[in-house]
Design a protein around this ligand. Structure first.
Ligand SMILES: [Zn+2]
Length: 441
Protein backbone atom coordinates (compact mmCIF):
# COMPACT_ATOMS: atom_id res chain seq x y z
CA UNK A 1 0.00 0.00 0.00
CA UNK A 2 1.34 3.34 -0.96
CA UNK A 3 0.31 6.80 0.08
CA UNK A 4 0.91 9.34 -2.64
CA UNK A 5 1.90 12.12 -0.31
CA UNK A 6 4.75 9.99 0.96
CA UNK A 7 6.19 9.92 -2.53
CA UNK A 8 6.67 13.63 -2.34
CA UNK A 9 9.43 13.29 0.17
CA UNK A 10 10.61 9.72 -0.33
CA UNK A 11 14.36 9.84 -0.62
CA UNK A 12 14.40 13.28 0.94
CA UNK A 13 18.17 13.71 0.97
CA UNK A 14 18.12 16.33 3.66
CA UNK A 15 16.33 15.14 6.80
CA UNK A 16 15.33 18.01 9.03
CA UNK A 17 16.31 17.46 12.64
CA UNK A 18 14.77 20.41 14.42
CA UNK A 19 10.96 20.35 14.46
CA UNK A 20 10.93 24.05 15.29
CA UNK A 21 12.84 25.01 12.15
CA UNK A 22 10.11 25.27 9.53
CA UNK A 23 12.42 26.83 6.93
CA UNK A 24 14.49 23.69 6.90
CA UNK A 25 11.42 21.46 6.68
CA UNK A 26 10.04 23.43 3.74
CA UNK A 27 13.36 23.53 1.90
CA UNK A 28 13.83 19.79 2.43
CA UNK A 29 10.46 19.05 0.84
CA UNK A 30 11.29 21.12 -2.23
CA UNK A 31 14.59 19.21 -2.50
CA UNK A 32 12.92 15.81 -2.14
CA UNK A 33 10.08 16.00 -4.63
CA UNK A 34 9.70 15.98 -8.36
CA UNK A 35 12.01 18.95 -8.91
CA UNK A 36 14.31 17.76 -6.13
CA UNK A 37 17.54 17.26 -8.07
CA UNK A 38 17.29 20.60 -9.83
CA UNK A 39 16.37 22.48 -6.67
CA UNK A 40 19.13 20.76 -4.73
CA UNK A 41 21.82 21.75 -7.27
CA UNK A 42 20.63 25.34 -7.26
CA UNK A 43 20.83 25.42 -3.47
CA UNK A 44 24.58 24.76 -3.75
CA UNK A 45 24.90 27.70 -6.09
CA UNK A 46 22.85 30.05 -3.88
CA UNK A 47 24.71 29.00 -0.73
CA UNK A 48 27.99 29.93 -2.41
CA UNK A 49 26.64 33.33 -3.46
CA UNK A 50 25.41 33.95 0.08
CA UNK A 51 28.82 32.92 1.44
CA UNK A 52 27.37 30.14 3.54
CA UNK A 53 27.85 26.41 3.83
CA UNK A 54 25.11 24.36 2.19
CA UNK A 55 23.91 23.09 5.56
CA UNK A 56 23.72 26.55 7.10
CA UNK A 57 22.02 27.96 4.04
CA UNK A 58 19.30 25.27 4.08
CA UNK A 59 18.55 25.68 7.75
CA UNK A 60 18.45 29.49 7.59
CA UNK A 61 15.57 31.63 6.35
CA UNK A 62 17.40 31.82 3.03
CA UNK A 63 16.85 28.09 2.50
CA UNK A 64 13.09 28.19 1.99
CA UNK A 65 13.32 31.34 -0.15
CA UNK A 66 16.10 29.66 -2.13
CA UNK A 67 13.96 26.58 -2.69
CA UNK A 68 11.10 28.73 -3.99
CA UNK A 69 13.45 30.73 -6.22
CA UNK A 70 14.87 27.46 -7.55
CA UNK A 71 11.35 26.22 -8.33
CA UNK A 72 10.82 29.34 -10.47
CA UNK A 73 14.10 28.71 -12.26
CA UNK A 74 13.45 24.99 -12.70
CA UNK A 75 10.02 25.52 -14.24
CA UNK A 76 10.70 28.77 -16.08
CA UNK A 77 7.49 30.19 -14.59
CA UNK A 78 6.93 32.59 -11.76
CA UNK A 79 5.15 30.72 -9.00
CA UNK A 80 6.83 32.47 -6.12
CA UNK A 81 7.32 36.19 -5.59
CA UNK A 82 10.91 35.85 -4.43
CA UNK A 83 13.75 38.14 -5.50
CA UNK A 84 17.47 37.45 -5.86
CA UNK A 85 18.20 39.62 -2.81
CA UNK A 86 16.03 37.41 -0.66
CA UNK A 87 18.22 34.39 -1.26
CA UNK A 88 21.53 36.11 -0.76
CA UNK A 89 21.14 38.34 2.26
CA UNK A 90 19.47 37.59 5.61
CA UNK A 91 18.48 41.22 6.27
CA UNK A 92 16.86 41.64 2.86
CA UNK A 93 15.14 38.31 3.38
CA UNK A 94 13.74 39.38 6.71
CA UNK A 95 12.57 42.71 5.38
CA UNK A 96 10.77 41.27 2.35
CA UNK A 97 9.18 38.53 4.46
CA UNK A 98 7.83 41.23 6.78
CA UNK A 99 6.26 42.90 3.74
CA UNK A 100 4.60 39.62 2.75
CA UNK A 101 3.42 39.11 6.33
CA UNK A 102 1.91 42.56 6.73
CA UNK A 103 -1.78 42.34 6.04
CA UNK A 104 -1.84 38.56 6.26
CA UNK A 105 -1.07 38.23 9.94
CA UNK A 106 -4.46 36.85 10.92
CA UNK A 107 -4.37 33.14 10.21
CA UNK A 108 -6.95 30.49 10.92
CA UNK A 109 -5.70 26.98 10.26
CA UNK A 110 -8.92 25.07 9.71
CA UNK A 111 -7.24 21.68 9.56
CA UNK A 112 -5.03 20.53 12.42
CA UNK A 113 -4.71 17.44 14.64
CA UNK A 114 -3.12 15.90 17.64
CA UNK A 115 -2.46 12.25 16.97
CA UNK A 116 -2.00 10.14 20.04
CA UNK A 117 -4.03 9.13 23.10
CA UNK A 118 -3.41 7.75 26.58
CA UNK A 119 -2.04 4.23 26.06
CA UNK A 120 -1.10 5.17 22.46
CA UNK A 121 -1.32 2.37 19.83
CA UNK A 122 -0.04 -1.14 20.50
CA UNK A 123 -0.39 -3.79 17.81
CA UNK A 124 -2.53 -6.71 18.97
CA UNK A 125 -3.39 -5.01 22.22
CA UNK A 126 -5.47 -1.99 21.27
CA UNK A 127 -4.72 -1.69 17.56
CA UNK A 128 -5.33 -4.01 14.59
CA UNK A 129 -2.89 -4.46 11.72
CA UNK A 130 -4.87 -2.07 9.56
CA UNK A 131 -4.96 0.43 12.35
CA UNK A 132 -1.22 0.06 12.80
CA UNK A 133 -0.64 0.70 9.11
CA UNK A 134 -2.14 4.17 9.51
CA UNK A 135 -0.16 4.80 12.70
CA UNK A 136 3.06 3.83 10.90
CA UNK A 137 2.21 6.15 8.06
CA UNK A 138 1.75 9.06 10.44
CA UNK A 139 4.88 8.04 12.34
CA UNK A 140 6.87 8.30 9.11
CA UNK A 141 5.43 11.73 8.39
CA UNK A 142 6.29 12.99 11.86
CA UNK A 143 9.85 11.65 11.69
CA UNK A 144 10.38 13.25 8.28
CA UNK A 145 9.50 16.59 9.85
CA UNK A 146 11.77 16.38 12.84
CA UNK A 147 9.41 14.76 15.35
CA UNK A 148 11.66 11.87 16.36
CA UNK A 149 8.96 9.84 18.08
CA UNK A 150 6.41 10.15 15.28
CA UNK A 151 2.81 10.13 16.50
CA UNK A 152 3.91 10.11 20.14
CA UNK A 153 5.24 13.62 19.48
CA UNK A 154 1.96 14.75 17.88
CA UNK A 155 0.65 15.50 21.33
CA UNK A 156 -1.06 18.39 23.10
CA UNK A 157 2.22 19.96 24.16
CA UNK A 158 3.66 20.03 20.64
CA UNK A 159 0.38 21.30 19.23
CA UNK A 160 0.97 24.41 21.29
CA UNK A 161 4.70 24.58 20.61
CA UNK A 162 4.73 23.94 16.87
CA UNK A 163 1.43 25.38 15.68
CA UNK A 164 0.55 28.16 18.10
CA UNK A 165 3.88 29.33 19.50
CA UNK A 166 6.32 28.92 16.64
CA UNK A 167 4.12 29.57 13.63
CA UNK A 168 2.03 32.60 12.67
CA UNK A 169 -1.19 30.63 13.13
CA UNK A 170 -3.63 32.73 15.16
CA UNK A 171 -6.35 30.13 15.61
CA UNK A 172 -6.07 26.38 15.09
CA UNK A 173 -9.22 24.40 14.38
CA UNK A 174 -8.76 20.73 15.09
CA UNK A 175 -10.57 17.45 14.84
CA UNK A 176 -10.19 13.88 16.09
CA UNK A 177 -9.76 10.61 14.20
CA UNK A 178 -12.34 7.88 14.75
CA UNK A 179 -12.03 4.43 13.12
CA UNK A 180 -12.69 2.87 16.54
CA UNK A 181 -13.02 -0.60 14.95
CA UNK A 182 -9.25 -0.54 14.37
CA UNK A 183 -8.34 0.85 17.78
CA UNK A 184 -9.80 -1.46 20.39
CA UNK A 185 -13.27 0.08 20.26
CA UNK A 186 -11.98 3.50 21.23
CA UNK A 187 -11.54 6.37 18.76
CA UNK A 188 -8.01 6.68 17.43
CA UNK A 189 -7.94 10.18 18.89
CA UNK A 190 -10.71 10.42 21.47
CA UNK A 191 -12.53 13.68 22.18
CA UNK A 192 -11.51 13.46 25.82
CA UNK A 193 -7.82 13.62 24.87
CA UNK A 194 -7.99 16.33 22.22
CA UNK A 195 -10.16 18.48 24.51
CA UNK A 196 -6.97 19.24 26.43
CA UNK A 197 -5.78 21.40 23.55
CA UNK A 198 -8.64 23.83 24.02
CA UNK A 199 -8.29 23.70 27.77
CA UNK A 200 -4.73 24.93 27.40
CA UNK A 201 -5.31 27.38 24.55
CA UNK A 202 -8.96 28.46 24.85
CA UNK A 203 -8.69 31.65 22.80
CA UNK A 204 -6.55 30.28 20.01
CA UNK A 205 -8.25 26.99 19.24
CA UNK A 206 -11.62 25.73 18.09
CA UNK A 207 -12.62 22.13 18.61
CA UNK A 208 -14.58 19.99 16.18
CA UNK A 209 -16.03 16.59 16.90
CA UNK A 210 -15.60 13.57 14.71
CA UNK A 211 -15.44 9.81 14.80
CA UNK A 212 -19.11 9.52 13.86
CA UNK A 213 -20.39 7.12 11.25
CA UNK A 214 -24.05 6.11 11.01
CA UNK A 215 -22.77 2.65 10.06
CA UNK A 216 -21.98 2.27 13.74
CA UNK A 217 -25.72 2.69 14.35
CA UNK A 218 -27.71 5.84 13.75
CA UNK A 219 -29.15 5.92 17.25
CA UNK A 220 -25.68 5.68 18.79
CA UNK A 221 -24.36 8.32 16.37
CA UNK A 222 -27.06 10.83 17.29
CA UNK A 223 -26.47 10.09 20.95
CA UNK A 224 -22.74 10.75 20.67
CA UNK A 225 -23.41 13.94 18.73
CA UNK A 226 -25.68 15.30 21.48
CA UNK A 227 -23.13 14.28 24.08
CA UNK A 228 -20.34 16.14 22.21
CA UNK A 229 -22.44 19.29 22.23
CA UNK A 230 -23.43 19.12 25.88
CA UNK A 231 -20.10 17.89 27.28
CA UNK A 232 -17.60 19.54 24.97
CA UNK A 233 -19.42 22.52 23.41
CA UNK A 234 -18.06 21.60 20.00
CA UNK A 235 -17.98 24.13 17.16
CA UNK A 236 -18.69 21.82 14.26
CA UNK A 237 -17.99 18.41 12.82
CA UNK A 238 -15.32 16.90 10.67
CA UNK A 239 -16.34 13.48 9.49
CA UNK A 240 -15.10 10.72 7.19
CA UNK A 241 -17.44 9.15 4.64
CA UNK A 242 -15.14 6.17 4.35
CA UNK A 243 -15.05 4.30 7.61
CA UNK A 244 -13.72 1.18 9.33
CA UNK A 245 -17.07 -0.63 9.61
CA UNK A 246 -17.84 -3.68 7.43
CA UNK A 247 -19.87 -1.37 5.16
CA UNK A 248 -16.74 0.70 4.51
CA UNK A 249 -18.51 4.00 3.99
CA UNK A 250 -21.61 6.16 3.73
CA UNK A 251 -22.79 9.32 2.00
CA UNK A 252 -23.81 12.76 3.24
CA UNK A 253 -26.89 12.67 0.96
CA UNK A 254 -28.26 9.41 2.35
CA UNK A 255 -31.73 10.43 3.44
CA UNK A 256 -32.12 7.54 5.90
CA UNK A 257 -28.65 7.37 7.41
CA UNK A 258 -27.29 10.90 7.15
CA UNK A 259 -30.19 13.37 7.01
CA UNK A 260 -31.19 12.66 10.64
CA UNK A 261 -27.65 13.74 11.63
CA UNK A 262 -27.98 17.06 9.79
CA UNK A 263 -31.45 17.61 11.25
CA UNK A 264 -29.99 17.04 14.70
CA UNK A 265 -27.15 19.47 13.90
CA UNK A 266 -29.78 22.08 13.05
CA UNK A 267 -31.48 21.55 16.40
CA UNK A 268 -28.17 21.71 18.26
CA UNK A 269 -26.94 24.82 16.46
CA UNK A 270 -24.05 23.07 14.71
CA UNK A 271 -23.53 24.84 11.39
CA UNK A 272 -20.13 23.86 10.00
CA UNK A 273 -19.80 20.30 8.78
CA UNK A 274 -16.58 19.15 7.20
CA UNK A 275 -15.67 15.90 5.58
CA UNK A 276 -12.44 14.31 4.46
CA UNK A 277 -12.68 14.28 0.68
CA UNK A 278 -9.98 13.42 -1.83
CA UNK A 279 -6.64 11.86 -0.79
CA UNK A 280 -8.06 8.33 -1.00
CA UNK A 281 -5.35 6.65 1.04
CA UNK A 282 -4.65 3.24 2.46
CA UNK A 283 -7.37 0.68 3.00
CA UNK A 284 -10.17 3.18 2.45
CA UNK A 285 -12.28 3.11 -0.69
CA UNK A 286 -11.65 5.99 -3.07
CA UNK A 287 -15.31 6.22 -4.07
CA UNK A 288 -16.19 7.67 -0.66
CA UNK A 289 -13.55 10.36 -1.13
CA UNK A 290 -15.51 11.91 -3.99
CA UNK A 291 -17.63 14.92 -3.13
CA UNK A 292 -20.70 14.17 -5.24
CA UNK A 293 -22.80 13.65 -2.09
CA UNK A 294 -22.34 17.35 -1.29
CA UNK A 295 -24.61 18.17 -4.25
CA UNK A 296 -27.97 17.19 -2.78
CA UNK A 297 -27.15 17.83 0.86
CA UNK A 298 -26.05 21.40 0.16
CA UNK A 299 -29.44 22.15 -1.41
CA UNK A 300 -31.46 20.31 1.22
CA UNK A 301 -29.71 21.99 4.16
CA UNK A 302 -29.15 25.55 3.02
CA UNK A 303 -28.51 26.76 6.56
CA UNK A 304 -25.53 24.42 7.07
CA UNK A 305 -22.05 24.87 5.60
CA UNK A 306 -20.42 21.85 4.00
CA UNK A 307 -16.63 21.88 3.84
CA UNK A 308 -14.62 19.54 1.62
CA UNK A 309 -11.36 18.95 3.46
CA UNK A 310 -8.25 18.57 1.29
CA UNK A 311 -10.42 20.33 -1.33
CA UNK A 312 -11.20 16.79 -2.49
CA UNK A 313 -7.88 16.77 -4.36
CA UNK A 314 -7.24 15.12 -6.79
CA UNK A 315 -11.01 15.32 -7.40
CA UNK A 316 -11.11 19.06 -6.68
CA UNK A 317 -12.67 19.78 -10.09
CA UNK A 318 -15.75 17.88 -8.89
CA UNK A 319 -16.36 20.04 -5.84
CA UNK A 320 -15.63 23.13 -7.94
CA UNK A 321 -18.19 22.05 -10.54
CA UNK A 322 -20.88 21.80 -7.86
CA UNK A 323 -20.66 25.58 -7.65
CA UNK A 324 -19.58 26.70 -11.12
CA UNK A 325 -22.69 25.17 -12.65
CA UNK A 326 -24.87 26.13 -9.67
CA UNK A 327 -23.50 29.57 -8.83
CA UNK A 328 -26.39 30.41 -6.51
CA UNK A 329 -24.88 28.21 -3.80
CA UNK A 330 -23.51 29.86 -0.68
CA UNK A 331 -22.82 26.91 1.59
CA UNK A 332 -20.11 24.95 -0.22
CA UNK A 333 -16.57 25.36 1.07
CA UNK A 334 -13.21 23.74 0.58
CA UNK A 335 -10.05 23.58 2.66
CA UNK A 336 -6.50 23.06 1.37
CA UNK A 337 -4.77 20.97 4.09
CA UNK A 338 -2.09 18.54 2.81
CA UNK A 339 -3.13 19.39 -0.75
CA UNK A 340 -1.27 22.70 -0.73
CA UNK A 341 1.73 21.29 1.15
CA UNK A 342 2.13 18.32 -1.17
CA UNK A 343 1.69 20.18 -4.45
CA UNK A 344 3.40 23.50 -3.74
CA UNK A 345 6.71 21.88 -2.89
CA UNK A 346 7.06 19.58 -5.85
CA UNK A 347 4.39 20.29 -8.46
CA UNK A 348 3.80 24.04 -8.36
CA UNK A 349 1.93 24.03 -11.66
CA UNK A 350 -0.54 21.56 -10.18
CA UNK A 351 -0.77 23.70 -7.08
CA UNK A 352 -1.64 26.71 -9.25
CA UNK A 353 -4.30 24.71 -11.10
CA UNK A 354 -5.88 23.44 -7.89
CA UNK A 355 -5.97 26.85 -6.20
CA UNK A 356 -6.97 28.54 -9.45
CA UNK A 357 -9.86 26.14 -10.04
CA UNK A 358 -11.16 26.49 -6.47
CA UNK A 359 -10.88 30.26 -6.43
CA UNK A 360 -12.40 30.68 -9.87
CA UNK A 361 -15.32 28.27 -9.37
CA UNK A 362 -16.11 28.17 -5.65
CA UNK A 363 -15.00 31.78 -5.28
CA UNK A 364 -12.48 33.56 -3.00
CA UNK A 365 -15.02 33.66 -0.14
CA UNK A 366 -15.27 29.87 0.01
CA UNK A 367 -11.69 28.65 0.11
CA UNK A 368 -10.24 28.03 3.59
CA UNK A 369 -6.65 27.75 4.80
CA UNK A 370 -5.49 24.50 6.37
CA UNK A 371 -2.20 22.68 6.81
CA UNK A 372 -3.06 19.27 8.32
CA UNK A 373 -0.40 19.86 10.98
CA UNK A 374 0.85 18.24 13.22
CA UNK A 375 0.99 15.62 10.46
CA UNK A 376 3.27 18.03 8.57
CA UNK A 377 5.04 19.34 11.63
CA UNK A 378 5.53 23.07 12.09
CA UNK A 379 3.25 24.77 9.53
CA UNK A 380 5.20 28.03 9.19
CA UNK A 381 6.84 27.11 5.88
CA UNK A 382 3.40 26.45 4.40
CA UNK A 383 2.19 29.86 5.55
CA UNK A 384 5.23 31.60 4.07
CA UNK A 385 4.99 29.62 0.83
CA UNK A 386 1.34 30.65 0.47
CA UNK A 387 2.17 34.28 1.15
CA UNK A 388 4.75 34.11 -1.63
CA UNK A 389 2.72 31.95 -4.02
CA UNK A 390 1.28 33.34 -7.22
CA UNK A 391 -0.61 31.93 -10.18
CA UNK A 392 1.56 32.69 -13.22
CA UNK A 393 0.12 35.02 -15.87
CA UNK A 394 0.01 32.26 -18.50
CA UNK A 395 -2.45 30.30 -16.38
CA UNK A 396 -4.47 33.37 -15.48
CA UNK A 397 -4.86 34.17 -19.19
CA UNK A 398 -5.50 30.64 -20.35
CA UNK A 399 -7.77 29.38 -17.59
CA UNK A 400 -9.46 32.45 -16.23
CA UNK A 401 -7.98 31.94 -12.78
CA UNK A 402 -7.74 35.00 -10.54
CA UNK A 403 -4.38 36.41 -9.49
CA UNK A 404 -3.68 35.79 -5.80
CA UNK A 405 -4.18 39.36 -4.63
CA UNK A 406 -3.43 40.39 -1.04
CA UNK A 407 -7.20 40.55 -0.52
CA UNK A 408 -7.72 36.98 -1.70
CA UNK A 409 -4.85 35.78 0.48
CA UNK A 410 -6.35 37.50 3.52
CA UNK A 411 -9.70 35.87 2.88
CA UNK A 412 -8.24 32.41 2.43
CA UNK A 413 -5.79 32.64 5.32
CA UNK A 414 -8.26 33.83 7.93
CA UNK A 415 -11.23 35.98 7.10
CA UNK A 416 -13.42 33.30 5.55
CA UNK A 417 -12.99 30.99 8.54
CA UNK A 418 -13.53 33.88 10.95
CA UNK A 419 -16.85 34.60 9.25
CA UNK A 420 -18.28 31.09 9.43
CA UNK A 421 -16.93 30.29 12.90
CA UNK A 422 -17.73 33.74 14.34
CA UNK A 423 -14.16 34.27 15.49
CA UNK A 424 -13.42 37.50 17.32
CA UNK A 425 -10.34 38.52 15.36
CA UNK A 426 -9.13 41.17 17.79
CA UNK A 427 -9.43 38.92 20.80
CA UNK A 428 -7.67 36.03 19.06
CA UNK A 429 -4.83 38.29 17.87
CA UNK A 430 -4.31 39.66 21.38
CA UNK A 431 -4.29 36.18 22.88
CA UNK A 432 -1.77 35.13 20.24
CA UNK A 433 0.59 37.95 21.13
CA UNK A 434 0.32 37.03 24.81
CA UNK A 435 0.91 33.37 24.04
CA UNK A 436 4.04 34.08 22.03
CA UNK A 437 5.58 36.41 24.57
CA UNK A 438 4.88 33.88 27.31
CA UNK A 439 6.63 31.22 25.24
CA UNK A 440 9.64 33.50 24.83
CA UNK A 441 9.81 34.43 28.50
ZN1 LIG B 1 -6.30 15.81 8.49
Amino acid sequence: MEFNILNHFKGMEHQPQDPLNANEIGASLFMGGNMGDKVSKKMDEYAKTAGMSRRNFISSALGLSGAMFAANEATGMEFFEVTKDEIADLDANKELMQVARAGTDFIVDVHTHVCTRPGHYVLGKNTTERGMWFVNLLDDLGKAFGMKNGTLDMNVENYGKLILESSDTTVGIYNPFGFAEHYGGQDMVPMSYQAQVRKQYPKNTIMLAGGLSPNQGLHQTLDRLRHYVSDYQISGLKLYTFDATPKKGWWFDDEKLAYPIWEECRKLGIKNIGCHKGIPFGQFYARYAHAEDFDAVADDFLDLNFIAYHSAWPYHAEIAALKSFKPQRKNLYCEVGSTFAATVSSRPIECAHVLGTLLRDLGPDYVLWGTDSLLWGNPQWQIDAFRKFQIPDELVEGYGYPKLTPEIKRKVLGENAARIWNINKQEAMQAKVALRSEALA
